[in-house]
Design a protein around this ligand. Structure first.
Ligand SMILES: C[S@@+](CC[C@H](N)C(=O)[O-])C[C@H]1O[C@@H](n2cnc3c(N)ncnc32)[C@H](O)[C@@H]1O
Length: 252
C-alpha cells in the first residue's frame, strides 16, 4: 500500500468537510456503496436543519454510513432504510458504533415503505434517490411520510451539462444506461418544482464536486483498496462534467 493508515487519513481529509474528518477512511471505504457517503451527508446537512431528537428517514442508506453520521453528529433518530442491504446486517454495523438507540435498520423498497404518514421531520437520501425517484409521481408518494413543513434533501450523482439522451463519445467505453439517471440540479428543480406539495429551497452542486469524487477514487486506487473498478478511468475520461447535485425542499 502506497499510504500508511495515517497518510491515507490525511490525504483524504478535506477542509470542506470538517465533521467527516473524524471518520476512519478504511471504515468508510469498507462500507460505502458509492463515493464517500459521509462527505455527501455533511454536504447535505449544511442546508438541512437537524436538531436532537428529530425523526429522520435515510432512504437508500446502503450500509448505513450516512445514518450513523447523522445520529452521531446531530443526535437525530434515523430510520436507516435500504433495499439491497438487509436490516440484520446493518444492525450489526450500528451496534458496533454503539448507537443502536438512535439508528433503526429497516429493509424496505422505496416504493412500498412501512411508515406512518406524517411521521418524519426530515427525509434524506444520499447517492440513492436517482434509482427510484426520477419521475413526477415518486416525490408525491414519498412526501406523505413527512410532517407539514418537514424537509426533504437529496444528494445524487449529477452532471453540469445534461446528456439529453446522447452518450458522449468520451464516455462510450464506460457507458451504462444507468448513467442517464444523472441529471443537473436544474433538472431536479424542475421535476420537484412541478409538485404542489413542496417548495424547492436549494438546487445546487457541490463545490469541487468532480475534483472531490476523483480525489477519493484515485487515492483509494493508489492505496490499492478501491472496490469500484473502472470508476477512475470513467471520471478521467469525463473530464469534469460529473458532479454531485443537492436538492432540498420543504413540505408545504
Ligand atoms: C449507490 S448505493 C448508495 C448507498 C449509500 N447511500 C452509500 O452512499 O453508500 C444505492 C442504494 O440505493 C438503494 N436502493 C436502490 N433502489 C432502491 C429502492 N427501490 N428502495 C430502497 N433502496 C433502494 C440500494 O439498496 C443501495 O443501497
Amino acid at each position: 500500500m502506497k499510504y500508511s493508515k495515517k497518510e491515507l487519513q490525511k490525504e483524504l481529509t478535506l477542509k470542506q468537510f470538517p465533521l467527516s474528518a473524524k471518520y476512519d477512511i478504511e471504515w468508510i471505504n469498507e462500507n460505502e456503496m458509492g463515493p464517500n457517503a459521509i462527505w455527501l451527508a455533511e454536504f447535505l446537512t449544511d442546508k438541512i436543519n437537524l436538531k436532537k431528537g428529530m425523526r429522520v428517514l435515510d432512504l437508500g442508506c446502503g450500509k448505513g454510513l450516512s445514518s450513523i453520521f447523522l445520529a452521531k453528529e446531530f443526535g437525530v433518530q434515523v430510520w436507516a432504510t435500504d433495499l439491497w442491504i438487509g436490516a440484520t446486517e446493518n444492525f450489526k454495523r450500528i451496534n458496533e458504533q454503539g448507537i443502536e438507540d438512535l439508528v433503526y435498520p429497516i429493509h424496505a423498497d422505496a416504493h412500498d415503505l412501512p411508515f406512518a404518514n406524517g411521521f418524519f421531520d426530515a427525509i434524506v437520501s444520499l447517492d440513492a434517490y436517482h434509482y427510484f425517484g426520477t419521475n413526477e409521481m415518486y416525490l408525491e408518494s414519498l412526501i406523505r411520510y413527512l410532517k407539514p413543513n418537514g424537509q426533504i434533501g437529496i444528494v445524487v450523482p449529477s452532471v453540469n451539462k445534461e446528456f439529453n439522451s446522447k452518450v458522449p463519445e468520451r464516455l462510450k467505453p464506460y457507458w451504462e444506461p444507468y448513467l442517464f439517471t444523472h441529471h443537473s440540479p436544474n433538472w431536479w428543480k424542475e421535476l420537484w418544482g412541478r409538485s404542489e406539495t413542496v417548495t424547492v429551497q436549494v438546487a445546487d452542486t457541490m463545490p469541487n464536486g468532480y475534483e472531490n469524487w476523483l480525489k477519493w477514487d484515485e487515492t483509494l486506487k493508489e492505496a490499492g483498496i478501491l472496490k469500484r473498478s473502472g470508476d477512475v478511468e470513467m471520471l478521467e475520461a469525463d473530464g469534469g462534467n460529473f458532479t454531485w447535485a443537492r436538492i432540498v425542499a420543504n413540505k408545504k
